[in-house]
Design a protein around this ligand. Sequence first.
Ligand SMILES: Nc1ncnc2c1ncn2[C@@H]1O[C@H](COP(=O)(O)OP(=O)(O)OP(=O)(O)O)[C@@H](O)[C@H]1O
Ligand SMILES: [Mg+2]
Ligand SMILES: [Mg+2]
Length: 501
Amino acid sequence: MTESTYRIQGATGEWEVVVGLEVHAQITTNAKLFSGAATAFGAEPNTQVSLVDAAMPGMLPVPNRECIRQAVRTGMAIDAQINKWSRFDRKNYFYADLPQGYQISQLYHPIVGEGQIAIVLDEKNPDTSTKVIGVERIHVEQDAGKLMHDQHPTSSYVDLNRSGVALMEIVSKPDMRSPAEAGAYLSKLRTILRYVGSCDGNMDQGSMRADVNVSVRKPGEAFGTRTETKNVNSVRFVMAVVEHEASRQVDVLEAGGKIVQETRLYDPDRNETRSMRSKEDAHDYRYFPDPDLLPLELDDAFLEECRASLPELPDVKRKRYEQALGLSAYNATTLTADADTARWFETLVAEAARIQGKSESDVAKASANWLLSELYGALNRLGKTLDTSPVGPTDGAELLALVADGTISGTIAKQVFEIMLETGDKPAKIVEEKGLKQTSDTGAIEAAVAKVLADNGDKVEQYRGGKEALFGFFVGQTMKAMQGKANPQVVNELVKKGLAG
Ligand SMILES: Nc1ncnc2c1ncn2[C@@H]1O[C@H](COP(=O)(O)OP(=O)(O)OP(=O)(O)O)[C@@H](O)[C@H]1O
Ligand SMILES: [Mg+2]
Ligand SMILES: [Mg+2]
């Protein structure tokens, strides 16, 4: 565990920043938290609104089992305490996007208690740069609707599609100490949610948004007063908010001012935060238990099913990639940062092992290197991602097998791969049709070596005079003469022999 050393230098000395994040994550379900209305993104306004979501008198909320299940699975994935007994509370306030006049949330008895998330600050050295950030709680609550101010010159409209959509509010402890830690926490949380499948993590669609709580203090002193910047919707913006808000607070404090507990808004265009209103306290909302809902009681069979349905999680997967598959820490971290990437890689490795009749650990390194350099390089160039990759894991594994069994050299493999990307053809077919098979035909290679040595008599003399670095030149020239198709080992041997003779 490393201590963060992020400090802000002020006129009166160094300041430390303290950060806690409240993350609202939309639960991936087809239906809302207390109604059967749909939740699809991008639907026409007010087409996904049931009578419950519109708060028609007399309608009663009925909890959606799947939402509860996903919150519990998320809690288990961060090693949190799961509360078998929890309850919904009403958070009362008036706003035009909230037809009920209250939000159903969980203040006093959240469904998930304390947990933790391990963040990595240096991907090359994950084991020595891990910091554990505490999670205070996860509770389940309803989302509000959305006001639309751009539809009419003088009126605002209300879209209730989001009204009643299930959210998890994941509240961290004030354990982060720098913009980088806040960014790493949010990324890691998103990774975990995507592995679990409880939230799609698409911040640009609003499925995940962070309220960023920031305060500053002199190192070793008690916590200062926090401000809360609402609804920040990217990792980069969260980091920017921490940086700006911290230095703004230092300026205020050093000028003799006071920080007031308030809600602020982030403006990405001007990269600044602005005060919105003074912060409400819990008592302003007159929270009380919702009389329309019974307490939630989870039985053991339900909890057992939640646990059994969890996938292998990113930290465990990373360790397995390092220890069982022999990958570098960096490659293991990169490949496990995203559930889809890990799945793609695992199919590639399984296929490569199957085709070559080897164990997964024998083929994992070459698979990882190919995926992270060749495939990623090509996808970047083509503006594509793994899910839209023109080459799938099985074709990739077949290409790797051709290199492993000596059918083609690594250089030729790059050419074959380019053709695969263009045509979608199988690698074996391309090698066959283009006559790209590697040759170990010593006769042909010997002849090529002889010609290279004859054409470069001066260099041969220099080599023999002690300039051994020239060896690579002769190998390269021979390879070129063989159009890349010569077995490199045989070329090495024959060049050595030719130079000696
Ligand atoms: N001094 C502090 N500096 C920075 N962050 C803090 C500090 N004290 C608390 N926090 C963070 O502020 C957040 C408080 O969230 P919580 O949901 O408990 O309350 P809230 O913000 O008052 O309520 P609401 O959900 O209505 O916004 C937590 O993430 C916590 O870690
Ligand atoms: Mg909160
Ligand atoms: Mg808050």
